[in-house]
Design a protein around this ligand. Structure first.
Ligand SMILES: Cc1ncc(COP(=O)(O)O)c(C=O)c1O
Length: 397
């Protein structure tokens, strides 16, 4: 049996896979088993922000492999201490909890705000979340997620989530003022899976003011859009407001599984030994690579380049929309996360055609094609993608 047949026979059927088997990568290019190349505008779903075969990440893996892969969190390790310091010194946060994925970081945040509410605030256990949001597939994260299609078949979900319209601060105000049941608000500054929906600045400001006034914890889920994706180190920096708790994951360890909950001291103090834990969370191997990743994105000029590539993408998207105004309903972009929303065309069909032409992209909603290239993508690679999209759209005119 070949790889595809083995996969379909022995692996549970949870993914609609593209019909290609990837074997290696270099820079922003991936190669399949037949040697065909693909320019990557997916990045393993916003993970491989430094592309493939990155020398700094490779060196960190090799260096740490010979020292220590895993020890339990009953001991101190250097990679954890160093990364925690870097994350705090470069953000609003005072304290960090390390885990292994985005969903786990959401679970950690949910537990943290619940125990904070129980110990220190006069508020209940409920959390306000947004419609169209995505927070992950474990039960807490799934319950926070504001899209029915992910819930179907798994009810009853975790109690205590109310979903309100994204970008509507009045809906949040109403709930918070309705009593003391709600202890937290969770929001993605940019909804990634929801279709690259960008918060309004006024909305973020209103959420910040409202939650601060009422001792309600404001959680930003930056699993997809944190760590440089929007052209700022953290997405919240685009909006001029800081959260109390923030989740990050995907790109943090350059492709190794990782997640982190960042929090201000006043909330973080609610956790005591025994409240929350993870066997693998914060492993020396993974966090050594995360330190290397973080050092790379903090280097002078790195974020300026992301912004430049983001501005160029915005320019190309604007041209594309003007040329294909009958097909493209909307374009949305911030830094290097972008969406092309079609009136009728199915995003998945466009993504498949692009794959045939040697470009990897992702379809997020039925009609939304998402671009999340490595942050190191080059102008000529962006040009090649847009040429291919134009060709495909011309065939559909
Ligand atoms: C905003 C957001 N939160 C949480 C998650 C869940 O992350 P993971 O798949 O690592 O569990 C995702 C995944 O796409 C995400 O986009």
């Amino acid at each position: 049996m070949n790889i595809k047949e083995l996969t379909n026979k022995y692996i549970m059927n949870t993914y609609g896979r593209f019909d290609i088997t990837l074997v290696k990568g270099e820079g922003c290019i991936l190669y399949d088993e037949n040697g065909k190349s693909y320019i990557d505008f997916a990045s393993g779903i916003a993970v491989n922000s430094l592309g493939y075969n990155n020398p700094a990440l490779n060196a960190a893996v090799i260096d740490q492999l010979g020292k220590l892969i895993h020890v339990s969190n009953y001991f101190y390790t250097e990679p954890q201490a160093l990364l925690a310091e870097k994350l705090c010194k470069n953000s609003f946060a005072d304290k960090v909890f390390f885990c292994n994925s985005g969903a786990e970081s959401i679970e950690g945040a949910i537990k943290l705000v619940r125990i904070y509410a129980k110990k220190f605030s006069k508020r209940g256990y409920k959390i306000i979340s947004m419609k169209n949001s995505f927070h992950g597939r474990t039960f807490g994260a799934l319950s926070a997620t504001g899209q029915d299609k992910y819930h179907r078949g798994f009810e009853p979900l975790l109690d205590g989530f109310t979903h309100v319209e994204f970008n509507d601060s009045n809906a949040v105000t109403e709930l918070i003022n309705s009593g003391s049941e709600y202890c937290a608000v969770i929001v993605e500054p940019v909804q990634g899976e929801g279709g690259v929906n960008i918060s309004d600045k006024g909305y973020m400001r209103a959420l910040r003011d409202l939650t601060a006034k009422n001792d309600v914890v404001l959680i930003f889920d930056e699993v997809q859009v944190g760590l440089g994706r929007t052209g700022a180190l953290f997405a919240y920096m685009n909006f001029g407001v800081e959260p109390d708790v923030m989740t990050v994951a995907k790109p943090l360890a350059g492709g190794l599984p990782v997640g982190a909950v960042l929090a201000r001291d006043y909330v973080a103090r609610a956790f005591e030994p025994g409240n929350h834990a993870s066997t693998f969370g914060g492993s020396p191997l993974v966090l050594s690579v995360a330190n290397a990743f973080f050092d790379e994105i903090l280097k002078d000029g790195f974020m300026e380049n992301v912004l430049k590539s983001g501005e160029y993408t915005m320019h190309r998207l604007t041209e594309l929309k003007a040329e294909f105004s009958g097909l493209i309903k909307d374009i949305r972009t911030i830094g290097l996360i972008s969406a092309i929303e079609f009136y009728e065309l199915k995003a998945k069909d466009i993504a498949i055609k692009l794959t045939e032409n040697g470009f990897l992209t992702t379809a997020v909603q039925d009609r939304v094609l998402r671009l999340t290239p490595p942050l190191t993508i080059k102008k000529n690679e962006i040009d090649l993608l847009f040429l291919s999209i134009s060709e495909i759209l011309n065939d559909n005119k």
